[in-house]
Design a protein around this ligand. Structure first.
Ligand code: HEC
Length: 148
């Protein structure tokens, strides 16, 4: 059990390295102060509401009181993405990868969005849930790889 928990982020990271995508993002948009524009954020709200909110909550707050507690079938519930769990440990490229691949192949429950969402829509969804992050969490994310 413990070994699998450690292995999962490593596998995700390895997968991310295989497909190197070059993102052209500004680190500091004049309006939002973040990497995304307010236009992308608006798009993200729609993408998130239609594709993600049923599991992660309308405001990315998660739906289970304790997202660390495994469900009866042994899988983990969808974690909050609003900065209170650990989505902020992953740089942008890894977040895109997680959304593309989902978690089913790794024994999880999240569907893959590779064929469903464009690259822009995936980044828009990320911008949306990041808009709930405090500036402190956002700064830590930047230091841990951030827009890379
Ligand atoms: C059917 C439910 C479901 C849907 C729909 C879903 N997710 Fe997930 N998501 C999960 C689960 C469950 C996990 C935990 C890993 C697993 O079990 O696959 C997860 C994990 C994640 C993670 C990793 C979080 C972390 O802390 O490392 C991100 C990021 C994420 N989801 C984003 C999204 C986005 C963006 C969408 C919409 C495009 C989405 N998810 C749609 C269930 C879902």
């Amino acid at each position: 059990m413990r070994a699998r928990l450690v292995l999962l982020p490593v596998l995700v990271l390895l997968a991310a390295c295989e497909r190197t995508e070059v993102f052209e993002v500004t680190e500091n948009d004049a309006e939002t102060g973040r990497w995304y524009s307010s236009e992308l954020l608006g798009q993200g709200q729609q993408v998130f509401s239609q594709n993600c909110a049923s599991c992660h909550g309308e405001q990315a707050q998660g739906l289970e009181a304790n997202w660390r507690q495994r469900l009866a079938d042994g899988s983990l519930p969808p974690p909050p993405l609003n900065g209170t769990a650990h989505a902020w440990h992953h740089p942008l490229s890894v977040l895109v990868q997680v959304i593309s691949d989902g978690g089913i192949a790794l024994g999880g429950k999240m569907p893959a969005f590779d064929e469903i969402l464009s690259e822009e829509q995936k980044r828009a969804a990320i911008a949306y849930f990041q808009s709930f992050w405090s500036d402190e969490i956002y700064q830590q994310w930047l230091q841990m790889g951030g827009v890379q």
